[in-house]
Design a protein around this ligand. Structure first.
Ligand code: ASP
Length: 588
């Protein structure tokens, strides 16, 4: 409205064209929004009027005209420029556009466009206002993050992308070296080792929006390359990281959503998270907590339960209130979850018409039924689900089923979680070393650089299971936003963890981590850090269903870039230069 009466030039894309009552209305769109222009044949040359009539969606134009109020009754309250229009007096067509592979002016239609088509023509997809908003928000949050760390005295330091293979987590991407025949760089899974070395290098406070690479089979919503807010600090303890990250997330939520989030965040131990929610990244926006019924069924006539307890296991259950009407298919899905953890099946009770419907209830005595009724506060319409297994397995089975049931109940409208509710929490006191039964060895729950809790160091060789790690995860609404730890900074403790606990051979330790152990011998300060998944963070802030919607040029689930057609073959000379020979040459 501020521009009423002014002559303006609108440069942008033709969002839409409507021919109505002898007039032509062309909406011009740029990154900031759109405005309506009107071509009136009574005031324009017929040539210009015809040209306006030939415009197609997404032509690039520059329209000159006077801003005026729209005639009464024609306002569009949906857009900020809905009260004005520009009466065109001139136009330059800067570029024509062919018929589009998919329409981009209607968010509803765009939603149903196949994602592969959107990715192939990403430049069109990015013009959609929804995508433009996501990228803008990403940029703003990146700047806020940089500003925050700058204020806190952090240095933004870039670390190499060409690193070396140190497989200890995910599979790595490797890059053949031309100058060193038969040798390879690897792309870093994270700047972990470099950021620790920066601490030895006296940087004290490092941060980076770091690109990381993991060659994983792309389950669910992962990308082979992704961005982390990565940081490391010297002379600190866990509390310092909690305060720092709470401050960062408060800044980010304020910047992106104008929301004040409360800090300090709740903290929950790994054990309590598993016991109550069956997962180490619990969604605490709803209850449906796991109950323990081990004692009630220790001597049960139902052998599946008493047998599990006798074998050192536990009996756990959840009450999915209101889900007694679950379909056969839904119960089958839940049973599959249980089976995927090695369980034989899934015991359940449906409470319908005052009756407990279940093939197992006949085995329960009155005391067992009373214990169930009381512990789970059983009512009409409930669905009770059980897990009888070793502790971790039993928890994880129900943890998965709990989330599934919550999704079902939400989709049925039985309960509702406001979209602006964010439950942040720190998960702490992870075991340093879970045991891998199949390989019969200990492995790091985080990574091998995580320090044990000081008073547990003595247990490293005698009772590794009991050693707690100084590891922490930051979780929001059941999603892991990031994780980190206080690191080992004493070379002898690090060596002991590599060689004696993780049983990596001394030669291998030397080849992969020798330089780190050496660096630690020249005065390594105590240090620790954390990394937050930046793409996931932005997706949460945008309410985007997938991280692909907040990355300008993402890969598909198969790891391909459909626009540039990558990965692609390289020619014979390039292969020769890299000292490579392809075993199975691809037939073109
Ligand atoms: N490098 C770790 C990761 O990428 C994070 C950290 O320990 O700081 O998960």
């Amino acid at each position: 409205m501020a521009h009423l009466g002014q002559t303006v030039v609108l440069s942008g894309w033709v969002h839409s064209r409507r021919d109505l009552g002898g007039l032509i209305f062309v909406d011009i769109r740029d990154r900031e929004g759109r405005a309506q222009t009107v071509f009136d044949p009574s005031t324009l040359s017929s040539e210009l009027f015809q040209q306006a009539g030939s415009l197609r969606s997404e032509c690039v134009v520059s329209v000159t005209g006077k801003v005026r109020e729209r005639p009464p009754g024609t306002n569009n309250s949906k857009i900020p420029t809905g009260e004005i229009e520009v009466a065109a007096s001139g136009m330059e067509v800067l570029n024509m556009a062919e018929v589009l592979p998919f329409p981009i002016d209607d968010p509803e239609v765009a939603k149903s466009v196949h994602e592969e088509l959107r990715l192939r023509h990403r430049y069109l997809d990015l013009r959609r206002p929804e995508m433009a908003r996501n990228l803008r928000l990403r940029g703003k949050v990146a700047m806020a993050t940089r500003g925050y760390f700058d204020e806190q005295g952090f240095l933004d330091v870039e670390t190499p992308t060409l690193f070396k293979s140190t497989p200890e987590g995910a599979r790595e991407f490797v890059v053949p070296s031309r100058l060193h025949a038969g040798k390879f760089y690897a792309l870093p899974q994270s700047p972990q080792q470099f950021k620790q070395i920066l601490m030895v290098g006296g940087v004290e406070k490092y941060f980076q929006l770091a690109r990381c690479y993991r060659d994983e089979d792309l389950r669910a919503d992962r990308q082979p390359e992704f961005t982390q807010i990565d940081l490391e600090m010297s002379f600190i303890e866990r509390e310092d990281i909690y305060t720092l990250i709470e401050g960062l997330l408060r800044r980010v939520w304020k910047t992106a959503l104008d929301m004040d989030i409360a800090a300090p965040f709740r903290r929950i131990s790994f054990e309590e998270a598993l016991n109550r929610y069956g997962i180490d990244k619990p969604d605490t926006r709803f209850g449906m907590e796991l109950a323990d019924l081990t004692e009630a069924f220790r001597a049960s006539a139902f052998k599946v339960f008493s047998g599990a307890v006798a074998g050192g296991g536990v009996i756990k259950a959840i009450n999915a209130r209101g889900l007694a009407g679950a379909t056969q298919g839904q119960i089958e899905t839940m049973t599959e979850y249980a089976r995927s953890f090695g369980a034989k099946g899934l015991a359940f009770i449906k409470v319908e018409k005052g009756e407990w419907k279940s093939p197992i209830v006949k085995f329960f005595n009155d005391a067992e039924k009373a214990a169930l009724r009381e512990t789970l506060k059983i009512q009409e319409g409930d669905l009770i689900l059980f897990a009888a297994d070793q502790w971790l397995n039993a928890c994880e089975i129900l943890g998965k089923i709990r989330v599934y049931c919550a999704d079902l109940l939400r989709s049925q409208g039985v309960f509702n979680i406001p979209s602006n509710r964010f439950d942040f929490l720190w998960v702490v006191d992870f075991p340093l070393l879970p045991f891998d039964k199949e390989q019969s060895r200990w492995y790091s729950s985080h990574h091998p650089f995580t320090a044990p809790v000081a008073e547990d160091v003595g247990l490293l060789l005698t009772d590794p299971r009991k050693v707690r790690g100084q590891h922490y995860d930051i979780v929001v609404n059941g999603m892991e936003l990031g994780g980190g730890s206080i690191r080992i900074h004493q070379p002898e403790v690090q060596k002991l963890v590599f060689e004696k606990v993780l049983e990596i051979s001394p030669e291998m330790v030397q080849a992969r981590f020798g330089y780190m152990l050496e660096a630690f011998r020249y005065g390594a300060p105590p240090h620790g850090g954390i990394a937050l998944g930046f793409d996931r963070l932005i997706a949460i802030l945008c309410g985007a269903p997938s991280i692909r919607d907040v990355i300008a040029f993402p890969k598909t689930a198969k790891g391909t870039d459909l626009m540039t057609d990558s990965p692609a073959s390289i020619d014979a000379k390039q292969l020769r230069d890299l000292h490579l020979e392809l075993k199975a040459a691809k037939k073109e």
